[in-house]
Write a protein that binds this ligand. Structure first.
Ligand code: ADP
Length: 339
């Protein structure tokens, strides 16, 4: 709306004034102003429109020195082109940064079963296929008349070897699913929260969510594994964002809080999304419990095991104004320091 008005105004002034007055160069201001608002395609269209309007004004204008008009038109065209190009590059860089942030935010989902099952299947496939081949070979040696026991024994040994490999792979997967042990150390709880919020900023803006952070001042240090705690925070914030994205823009609110409850520090996120289904407050932490089409339902169960292995608790609370509230606690570090 504002952009259209600005373009129309510039076009009118440019057309009404003499050739010597290079009003069209001010189209660059419109491009710069819209650089953060429009996506790549929009910026390209805007740049093209500004050039078209510049040329149109030139052909309509009847007053002044034609030569000066030609030079002004060329200078304006080049200036608009350069500005448009720079704005597009900035937009591309912004989109790449946004993509990187979104990817980072999903770190907590690295454990996603999708990737895990593919690699397990891939690794297991080889020894299993080898077992089948050796099994067929063994059968053939045995069916010979007389049976070639020596060859059959060799095939059996190969089968045992491959079965061992398969079982070692399963052993490794088991260890993996238990996760890395927590390595707790004292850290500034609010700083960890702020870092995750900063990462999610671009996505919050893209989804038009109004996010408020109410972090208690003067908190003592937390004692937990800060990376794991950030994974849990990211997961809860991501869930809140996904939930709020389902409702009208007016209800897209997220409140993030930190506070101290006795010897625990608490992180709480309340969203204005559709809320949890009745009676699902406990179930949501069960593995594979999901209501999302593309969900796996392991985020909250992994979050629970992380929080518990760090000496805390995680829970869902009913939200009085609708929406959902998730919170978790971690222990306060014995040696006091200020956040
Ligand atoms: P996933 O996100 O893959 O479904 P999660 O374990 O993170 O797995 O979440 C499990 C389920 O809990 C979700 O499918 C959703 O139904 C519910 N849930 C989690 N967070 C929220 C929230 N903020 N609002 C409403 N429902 C939620």
């Amino acid at each position: 709306m504002g952009m259209g008005l600005a373009l129309a105004l510039l076009f009118l002034i440019d057309t009404a004034t003499r050739y010597e007055v290079a009003v069209s160069v001010f189209y660059t201001v419109v491009i710069v102003a819209m650089a953060h608002v429009l996506a790549l395609r929009g910026l390209m269209v805007l740049t093209g429109s500004c050039i078209a309007l510049t040329w149109l004004s030139f052909f309509i204008t009847r007053y002044g020195d034609l030569r000066a008009g030609q030079i002004n038109m060329l200078i304006s065209t080049v200036a608009i082109l350069i500005t448009g190009y720079l704005a597009c590059r900035a937009e591309l860089a912004r989109a790449a940064a946004h993509e990187a942030q979104a990817r980072l935010l999903r770190i907590s989902r690295i454990h996603s079963l999708e990737g895990l099952t593919t690699s397990i299947a891939h690794e297991l496939n080889q020894p299993l296929a080898a077992i089948v081949t050796s099994g067929h070979a063994c059968q053939r040696w045995m069916e010979q008349d007389p049976p070639n026991l020596d060859k059959a024994r060799q095939a059996l040994l190969r089968i045992l070897g491959d079965a061992d490999r398969a079982s070692a792979i399963i052993g490794r997967v088991r260890k993996l699913s238990k996760g890395e042990p927590a390595s707790p150390r004292p850290f500034v709880f609010n700083a960890a929260v702020r870092e995750v919020l900063a990462l999610s900023q671009a996505e919050i803006q893209r989804l038009d969510i109004a996010m408020r952070a109410d972090l208690a001042a003067g908190l003592p240090l937390a004692l937990a594994d800060p990376v794991q705690v950030q994974q849990v925070i990211a997961n809860l914030v991501l869930n809140a964002m996904e939930a709020t994205a389902l409702v009208d823009i007016a209800r897209r609110t997220i409140l993030v809080e930190s506070l101290q409850l006795q010897d625990k520090l608490v992180f709480r996120v309340s969203d204005g999304g559709p809320g949890l289904p009745a009676g699902a407050q406990e179930q949501v932490f069960e593995p594979f419990w999901t209501t999302k089409h593309e969900g796996i339902g392991v985020g909250l169960s992994i979050s629970r095991s992380i929080v518990e292995s760090n000496g805390g608790h995680i829970w869902a609370e009913p939200h009085l104004q609708g929406g959902a509230v998730f919170a978790f606690s971690v222990p306060v570090a014995p040696q006091e320091g200020l956040a």
